[in-house]
Design a protein around this ligand. Structure first.
Ligand code: NAD
Length: 389
């Protein structure tokens, strides 16, 4: 197949992790006989520095004309002083809005070999395999009125949580359809005991559920859900929720799997105006300015996002599975970026970091010793594992 892919590395670690995912896609193309055309453009702070705005028309045009979009991350301290309208993060909201990307899919699956890397006990997180379906173009991030206004005794900040029936129906359908391909359970998360918009959310989700009698539906208040995610994450299959709750809960879910650097996402929708499906793929983490430019970033979330692109945008499930197997293989060989090293490897005798030199242990039993590698080497190893898959 032929596909045109927009590549938007963005800021911070974005320009380090995105090339690793592009090289994986190139390797897939070479191995399976596909043609992927890559076109790069600026977004976020990088675009502000060049054009004055976070989402230049040229970038938006490229995104609209592409079959899929691969994005790194945006933002950083250089641009923190800017007003909200021109901050790097506005580019994400702009892309979602202008491309009609209303469904954000964030799988959080624990790789068994990384059970040790989470801050939670292995017996709690083992078996975690859930999908957060977050509504992406509505809710409090877009609702009006919004803004900060001067008042007689100071200032008043306002944001508005708004959901319509149509918005809830389409995201609920994505959740039920996704659950049908998984373990057939949907948990709808809201705050219906306090918020009217949530009361509507619950009513509409219940209505949509009537079309999916084979899928079990439960409702949880967001505060309880936050607690249940830590207490017993295995109970969840598909979680469907609003923009704000999904933003927070999916970061929490990320930590169950060890590191935010591991998790991919897909934002799906139908092109505004032009019709047809569109997908934007990005890791769930931000631009990580604290580690940018040091070859420390974990590229796996971005590489796994490329795998989601293969599956969701191009229907290349076999190729997507090969990339995922490549990731597992490299982890099973003991290779780790710093963020996913296990606590036992963090400090060795004498307090020194334990960085073994061989990829498998001498006796052959137990997990192999960990080898800490950088961003580029992790990418290279996964590419290498892919050709052997
Ligand atoms: P962050 O996700 O960038 O970083 C949080 C922590 O996780 C940091 O300690 C970071 O070093 C670590 N981390 C993140 N990704 C990692 C990776 N791939 N490998 C290893 N470690 C990783 O969140 P933040 O610090 O709150 O935000 C930094 C900037 O990113 C801000 O400007 C924020 O607005 C922006 N941001 C952008 C996006 C996006 O582009 N989608 C999402 C969230 C935050």
């Amino acid at each position: 197949m032929k596909a045109r892919i927009a590549v938007l590395p963005g800021d911070g670690i974005g320009p380090e992790i995105v090339p690793q995912a592009v090289q994986i896609l190139e390797a897939v193309a070479a191995q399976y006989g596909h043609t992927f055309e890559f076109h790069a453009a600026d977004v976020g702070g990088a675009a502000i520095d060049k054009t004055g705005g976070p989402l230049p028309e040229e970038t938006l045009k490229l995104a609209k004309e592409s079959d899929a979009i691969l994005l790194g991350a945006v933002g950083g301290t250089n641009w923190d002083g800017l007003v909200y309208e021109v901050r790097p993060e506005r580019a994400l909201l702009g892309l979602r809005e202008r491309l009609g990307l209303y469904a954000n899919l964030r799988p959080a699956k624990l790789y068994p070999i990384l059970a040790d890397a989470s801050t939670l006990k292995p017996e709690v997180i083992t078996g975690t395999d859930l999908l957060v379906v977050r509504e992406l173009t509505g809710g409090i991030y877009f609702g009006k009125p919004k803004g900060i206004k001067k008042t007689a005794d100071g200032e008043r900040g306002v944001n508005t949580e708004v959901y319509t029936t149509a918005e809830i129906v389409r995201i609920a359908k994505v959740a039920f359809e996704s659950a049908r391909k998984r373990r057939k359970k949907v948990t709808s998360v809201d705050k219906a005991n306090v918020l009217e918009s949530s009361a509507l959310w619950r009513r509409v989700v219940l209505d949509v559920a009537k079309g999916y009698p084979d899928v079990e539906l439960e409702h949880l208040y967001v505060d309880n859900c936050a607690m249940q995610l830590i207490r017993n994450p295995r109970q969840f299959d598909v979680l469907v929720t609003t923009n704000l709750f999904g933003d927070i809960l999916s970061d929490e879910a990320a930590m169950l799997t060890g590191s935010i650097g591991m998790l991919p996402s897909a934002s799906l929708g139908s092109r505004v105006g032009a019709g047809g499906p569109v997908g934007l793929y990005e890791p769930i983490h931000g631009s990580a300015p604290d580690i940018a430019g040091r070859d420390l970033a974990n590229p796996i979330g971005t590489i796994a996002s490329a795998a989601m692109m293969l599956s969701y945008s191009f229907n290349l499930d076999k190729e997507a599975a090969a990339v995922e197997r490549g990731i597992v293989r490299v982890l099973e060989q003991g290779y780790r970026t710093k963020d996913i090293r296990s606590p036992r490897a963090k400090v060795g005798a004498g307090g020194a970091p334990r960085v073994p030199v061989a990829p498998s242990n001498a006796t052959g039993d137990g997990p192999p010793p960990e080898i800490i590698v950088g961003t580029k080497e992790m990418g290279r190893l996964i590419r290498q594992a892919l050709t052997k898959a």
